[in-house]
Design a binder for this molecule. Structure first.
Ligand SMILES: [Zn+2]
Length: 67
């Protein structure tokens, strides 16, 4: 956090910091990708499983089709 300004000055020297930022963005994206339960409404998220998503609150399950 503190090094943010310093990283811009040291452009090209610290490429790994850029990678970390990209990871952070994709990570928060994955969180947003979680579906909320259509039965319980917004705020109740479906748990992701291998081939399905299910709500831990009401048990609603949605199967995912993979190509
Ligand atoms: Zn639910």
């Amino acid at each position: 956090m503190m090094a943010e300004k310093g990283e811009k000055q040291a452009k090209g020297k610290n490429k790994s910091s850029k990678k970390w930022t990209a990871y952070e963005v994709s990570d928060s994206k994955a969180v947003k990708k979680l579906k909320s339960c259509p039965k319980c409404g917004e705020g109740v998220f479906m748990a992701k499983h291998k081939d399905r998503e299910s709500c831990g609150k009401c048990g609603y399950t949605e199967f995912q089709k993979k190509h």
